[in-house]
Write a new protein. Structure first.
Length: 364
């Protein structure tokens, strides 16, 4: 671990970022003192600002009077979720001190800052970690940026960030002259971009955090049922359902739907960037640090965490099975093959496979 002056840090991140990068560095919150609202539970506005508006309303109905408009990444104190008037395909609304917000537009988050590590773990090249605050800003260490998601953020005058529940690989630690501890985020299967992030927002995973769930159960007895009609996922041990959650599978279209049938998952890893180019009938996307993916087939369909919406229970994906971060982590720990901090990725060749998944469609 090395102490860096602000000048050294700017040299490292690249003078080409100019004054904007310097102001962002100056504006970093001191470790452990993120300026987020105080509340047991918060909601982060997760709609892209150029996509559509999100509003606080006086009542949980789409046509209720507007209190005010709210923008991407604004944080709201989450009081409770209520049932209101239907907007799109959901009737879920969140009650806040100011009024009501359509629940699918708010990622439920917490603000759990951490005491950072000041040196790398002995004998390890890095460590896996989770974002435990609503968001953390990113500063690129090796410009120019290569990743489309980063360039799109900058092009739209939006600060590149990681969000609550994302999973990242940290391979270096540094401390600035001001005493701020920074972790270096280096995505294993990314575009080659390397970033610095405020360590206080990042929690290093422990063996207990990823310990297998019910490892004593015969793996043959474990299986997953995905219902694309009801947008639900159930885990079974034999005939007994032991876990249930809402999901978002692919849109009901030829380009995006999640095909029904039986799947034999073959690849599992802690985190991976996900993306696809725009093609005829399909829009492109590019997302870093997608946590807890379980790949069901060779076409890239996976069960994985989604931090960019809270529309679970509604079709929303490009074919994958979206679940919230907490549910994705539970599924990752319960399914086989089991992974650890020492074995953080596995790819299986047929006839070997992980916990079976069956995707069904009900019309009644």
């Amino acid at each position: 671990m090395k102490n860096f002056s602000r000048r050294d840090f700017l040299k490292l991140t690249g003078a080409s970022l100019g004054a904007m990068a310097f102001r962002r560095l100056e504006g970093l919150n001191p470790s452990g003192s993120f300026q987020f609202p105080e509340g047991e539970k918060l909601g982060r506005v997760s709609v892209f600002p150029n996509y559509y508006a999100t509003r606080i309303r006086t009542e949980p109905y789409p046509n209720a009077p507007v209190v005010r408009d709210i923008g991407e990444d604004e944080l709201i104190i989450w009081l409770r979720e209520v049932v209101g008037g239907a907007k799109s395909t959901s009737k879920r609304w969140v009650e806040t001190p100011e009024g009501y917000i359509y629940a699918p537009d708010l990622q439920p988050v917490h603000n759990f800052p951490n005491i950072p590590l000041t040196a790398m773990l002995e004998g390890r090249a890095g460590f896996w970690a989770e974002v435990t605050v609503p968001y953390v800003d990113l500063w690129i260490a090796n410009p120019p940026a290569r990743a489309g998601w980063y360039k799109d953020s900058v092009a739209n005058n939006f600060t590149p960030r990681l969000y609550y529940g994302q999973v990242l690989w940290v391979d270096q630690i540094m401390t600035t002259d001001a005493g701020k501890v920074m972790y270096r985020f280096n995505e294993k299967y990314g575009y080659g971009d390397i970033f610095w992030v405020d360590a206080a927002g990042i929690y290093p995973l422990t063996p207990e955090d990823i310990a297998p769930i019910h490892p004593d159960v015969d793996p043959v007895e474990k299986h997953i049922l995905v219902n694309t009609t009801y947008q639900t996922l159930s885990c079974f041990e034999g005939e007994r359902e032991i876990f249930f959650c809402r999901i978002s599978t692919g849109y009901e279209s030829e380009s995006y739907f999640t095909p029904p049938g039986g799947y034999n998952p073959h690849r599992k890893l802690f985190s991976i960037p996900m993306g696809a180019s725009s093609t005829e009938g399909r829009s492109g996307y590019d997302t870093p640090a997608v946590g807890w993916p379980i790949f069901m087939n060779g076409d890239g369909i996976a069960i994985h965490a989604a931090f960019w919406h809270n529309d679970f229970g509604t079709r929303r994906s490009h074919g994958c099975v979206n679940v919230c971060a907490e549910d994705a982590k539970w599924l990752f720990r319960w399914t086989t093959p089991y992974l650890s901090l020492d074995t953080d990725e596995v790819s299986l060749a047929w006839p070997d496979h992980g916990t079976k998944v069956k995707v069904v469609k009900r019309t009644f």
